[in-house]
Design a protein around this ligand. Structure first.
Ligand SMILES: [Ca+2]
Ligand SMILES: [Ca+2]
Ligand SMILES: [Ca+2]
Ligand SMILES: [Ca+2]
Length: 413
């Protein structure tokens, strides 16, 4: 990373840190970790309660409010989340898109990305990345493969180690574990900043909740234990984006897997596992046809990722002409009846892929899986940013004496 990029990354990370005081993270965890099932479940939408891992996160919206049923052998596994209110992304000079995301316990990150990152916290590092959130700032997509980076924004269990960041009340570490149960948690659905609707049974939610359920197929790294098949158990497929509008009433399909270019190999063959959505207000899904066609006021901006083991992985995307990987941020097909297009490549986020790094450089032959996603959009003139970042450091140092300076330095090396 060159000096300019490091400074930009540090600036945007400081802005995210400062903005986070107003943000309310919400997220889900997967069925394998120690936190679920307990007082919270893998289908609940959670929010942090403070520091540490005891108590666990609070339930912001219960799986019961989402109207999803757990059945024997198929626990209700929510694996993607949005409230439909993400910023309408544009491509303009000076605009940067700040992606925040999570990975699972098998991710290793691109070699050489500085601490704290998926590379240093992943399976070949501290083995704590699966419950963390990482930030990666990009020029407006489409972003083709390049040696990009990420930096830790939330630490699953919080505190000062391995890096100074607010926590999410989750359990770490989480070393790669075949077939579970896992010793640590995996955050598998993520929203950074939208306050979730207050659930009042019998009343329509103030904000619809968009989410996805999980697949039936066996995870290539996990065997049969990891995937619950909760989508099919609830009469959907795992590539569908569902929407809950009235608490306790079953969800409906907002965006079908087919409308996203998924499941061309058969039903429930592609599992959507991360979601960013800007719904245009009419409540009907109108897929985009090209990057930024969503600025026409008609199309919806729906960006997503797919889970390891999805049949669409390795097939050629409809926009860049690259084999799709589980760490890519995808958009609906850009050709009629085509496969999804790639909007931001996994490499740009500092993740490892088969297509660029080769099988031998991955964790047991597969690329890193991005499994939770949100985005913010900012216009940041560089001089003002530098002043703001410097001012932030000084203000924080004046208020506290601990190692924020060390942390800020770590962003700039
Ligand atoms: Ca979950
Ligand atoms: Ca994760
Ligand atoms: Ca899914
Ligand atoms: Ca994925």
């Amino acid at each position: 990373m060159n000096t300019f990029s490091r400074i930009s990354l540090a600036c945007l990370t400081f802005l995210l840190l400062l903005n986070r005081a107003q943000a309310q993270p919400t997220y889900s965890i997967d069925v394998q970790g120690p936190t679920a099932p307990g007082s919270v479940s893998e289908g609940d939408i959670l929010t942090p309660t403070g520091t540490g891992t005891i108590p666990p996160p609070a339930v912001a919206v219960s799986v019961f409010a989402l109207g999803v049923a757990s059945v024997p052998g198929a626990r209700a596994e929510v694996d993607a989340l949005s409230y439909g209110t993400e910023p309408l992304l544009v491509a303009a000079p000076g605009v940067q898109h700040s992606w925040t995301f999570s990975v699972d316990e098998f991710a290793i990150g691109r070699p050489g990305v500085a601490f704290p990152s998926v590379t240093t916290e992943g399976a070949f590092g501290a083995q704590e990345a699966s419950a963390d959130i990482y930030a990666s700032n990009q020029a407006p997509g489409p972003v083709f493969p390049y040696a990009g980076s990420n930096v830790g924004l939330y630490d699953g269990n919080g505190g000062f180690t391995p890096f100074l960041a607010p926590g999410l009340n989750l359990v770490e570490p989480n070393p790669p574990t075949i077939n579970g149960p896992d010793p640590g948690d995996n955050l598998d659905a993520w929203d950074l900043d939208q306050a979730p609707p207050v659930v009042i049974f019998g009343q329509t939610l103030s904000t619809p909740i968009y989410f996805s359920l999980d697949a039936q197929y066996s995870d290539p790294f996990e065997g049969t234990f990891a995937n619950q098949g909760s989508a099919v158990a609830n009469s959907f497929v795992s590539g569908d984006v569902l929407v809950s509008v009235i608490p306790g009433i079953p969800p409906t399909v907002f965006a079908s897997a087919a409308s996203l270019g998924l499941d061309q190999s058969g039903p429930d063959h592609d599992d959507l596992d991360a979601l960013v959505l800007r719904e245009n207000g009419d409540g009907v899904f109108t897929p985009s046809t090209a990057p930024y066609s969503w600025t026409n006021g008609i199309d919806d901006m729906l960006l997503f990722s797919v889970r390891r083991g999805s049949q669409v992985i390795g097939q050629i995307d409809s926009f860049m002409g690259l084999p799709i990987e589980e760490g890519d941020i995808l958009m609906p097909p850009t050709t009629p009846g085509g496969l999804p297009g790639i909007f931001v490549t996994a490499e740009a986020l500092g993740l490892v892929t088969v297509r660029t790094f080769g099988i031998a450089a991955t964790f047991k032959g597969l690329g890193d899986d991005l499994d939770g996603l949100d985005v913010q959009q900012q216009m940041i003139p560089e001089p003002a940013c530098l002043t703001l970042a410097a001012g932030s450091v000084i203000a924080l140092l004046c208020r506290r004496h601990f190692s924020l300076w060390d942390y800020s330095q770590s962003l700039c090396v």
